[in-house]
Design a protein around this ligand. Structure first.
Ligand code: DGL
Length: 264
C-alpha cells in the first residue's frame, strides 16, 4: 500500500499548483495527476455536473491503484467532497479545509475569499472559516477572468493588475487582512495581488496548505513511501498539447510524457 501513488485531480492544468507543492514537500512519493481537460472549466458548471465529473475522475485514479486522493480543484472540493468520501474507502483531501485553517490566523478577523463562481456560490469557504472563528467577517468575490489570464501567461501583465484592482475593490473596502486564493490558478497571480493589496494583507495559498495536510495524513495513516520513488505520471482527457504548454509554466519544468485517456 505504501508504495502506491498519491492521486491528484483537477478540471485541467490549474491543479498543478497543488501537485507542485506536494512533489516539493514529498519527493519520495509517486504521484499520478489527472487533468479533466475535455470538460474544463468546472467553475461555471452546475453542482450536479461537477459532482458527476468528480466521481468519474476519482474512479479513474482509484482504478490506477492510488492510496490517497487529492481533489486539487477548489470547485470540485466545494461541491463534491462529501460525496467522494461517501463513495470511496480511501482518504480524500480537498483544498478548502486546509485553506480555511490558515485563514483562521487572521488578526482582525476580516477575511476575503476569491474563487470561481461555483466555489463562491457554494459558500464552502465561509462555512469552513466560520466553523473555526464564528465571528469572522468574510467577504467573497468570484474572479473568473483570473483563470484565462494565468493560462495565457499574463499573470503579471498590466491587464491582470487592472482586473485585480476591479475585483478586489469591495474586499479592500472591508479592510481585510487575509485573502484566501480559493482557485488553483490564483497562486500564479500572487505578485499582482500583492501589488494591488499591499504588504499588510496575507495571501493564503490553498496549494501550500493542502500539501502540508497530505504530508500529515500519509504519516497518520502510515502510508509514507519507504523507498525513493518520486515518479510522476500525467493523464488528461483531451489532446495534451495545451496542457503540456501551459503546464510547463505552472510547474516550472517540462511534464514529460502525458497520456490521453477517456473517463466516465
Ligand atoms: N480548478 C478550478 C478551481 O480551482 C479552476 C478552473 C475551472 O473552473 O475549472 O476552482
Amino acid at each position: 500500500m505504501q508504495h502506491r501513488a498519491i492521486g491528484v485531480f483537477d478540471s485541467g492544468v490549474g491543479g498543478l499548483t497543488v501537485f507542485k507543492e506536494i512533489a516539493r514537500l514529498l519527493p519520495r512519493e509517486n504521484l499520478v495527476y489527472l487533468g479533466d481537460t475535455a470538460r474544463v472549466p468546472y467553475g461555471t458548471k452546475s453542482v450536479e455536473t461537477v459532482q458527476r465529473y468528480a466521481l468519474e475522475a476519482a474512479q479513474f485514479l482509484i482504478d490506477q491503484g492510488v492510496k490517497l486522493l487529492v481533489v486539487a480543484c477548489n470547485t470540485a472540493s466545494a461541491v463534491a467532497l462529501p460525496l467522494l468520501r461517501q463513495h470511496f474507502q480511501l482518504p480524500v483531501i480537498g483544498v478548502i479545509e486546509p485553506g480555511a485553517r490558515r485563514a483562521a490566523d487572521s488578526r482582525n478577523r476580516r477575511i476575503g475569499v476569491i474563487g470561481t463562481e461555483g466555489t463562491i456560490n457554494s459558500q464552502r469557504y465561509p462555512e469552513a472559516i466560520h466553523a473555526l472563528i464564528p465571528d469572522a467577517q468574510i467577504s467573497s468575490v468570484a474572479c473568473p477572468l483570473f483563470v484565462p489570464l494565468a493560462e495565457e501567461g499574463w499573470a503579471e501583465h498590466e491587464i491582470a493588475r487592472l482586473t485585480a484592482l476591479e475585483y478586489l475593490q469591495p474586499l479592500m473596502a472591508e479592510s481585510i487582512d487575509t485573502l484566501v486564493l480559493g482557485c488553483t490558478h490564483y497562486p500564479l497571480l500572487s505578485n499582482t495581488l500583492r501589488r494591488v493589496l499591499g504588504d499588510t494583507v496575507s495571501l493564503v495559498d490553498s496549494a501550500t496548505e493542502t500539501a502540508k495536510t497530505v504530508q500529515q495524513l500519509i504519516h497518520q495513516y502510515d502510508l509514507e513511501n519507504p523507498r525513493a520513488g518520486g515518479q510522476h505520471t500525467f493523464f488528461v482527457t483531451d489532446v495534451p498539447t495545451r496542457f503540456e504548454r501551459v503546464g510547463r509554466a505552472f510547474l516550472g519544468k517540462s511534464l514529460g510524457q502525458i497520456e490521453q485517456v477517456q473517463i466516465g
